[in-house]
Design a protein around this ligand. Structure first.
Ligand code: SF4
Ligand code: SF4
Length: 77
């Protein structure tokens, strides 16, 4: 269960999602992309957990969990 860093947890509820792609359009980091009728996470590494997708989804079909943890100095070089 070792991970380099905790990434946000993005959940897409396909039962509620109508495939409008608003989440994809609003994501500033191209984390999401449409895959057929539904969005999918294509670049989780880039997600900043800004939750824009979460807030903008009209159907509450996408939720972003920040998975916060203590900062390490690893990002600084
Ligand atoms: S939380 Fe922000 S960066 Fe992450 S997928 Fe949603 S809009 Fe994109
Ligand atoms: S904004 Fe919501 S309903 Fe629209 S594609 Fe994204 S998750 Fe689905």
């Amino acid at each position: 269960m070792k991970k380099d860093k905790k990434l946000p947890d993005i959940k897409i509820n396909k039962e509620w999602c109508k495939g409008c792609a608003i989440c994809v359009e609003f994501c500033p980091h191209d984390v999401l992309a449409m895959n057929g009728a539904y969005p999918e996470v294509v670049n989780l590494e880039a997600c900043t957990a800004c939750q824009l997708c979460d807030v903008r989804c009209p159907d509450f079909a996408i939720t972003v969990n920040k998975n916060e943890q203590e900062e390490t100095n690893e990002a600084k070089k």
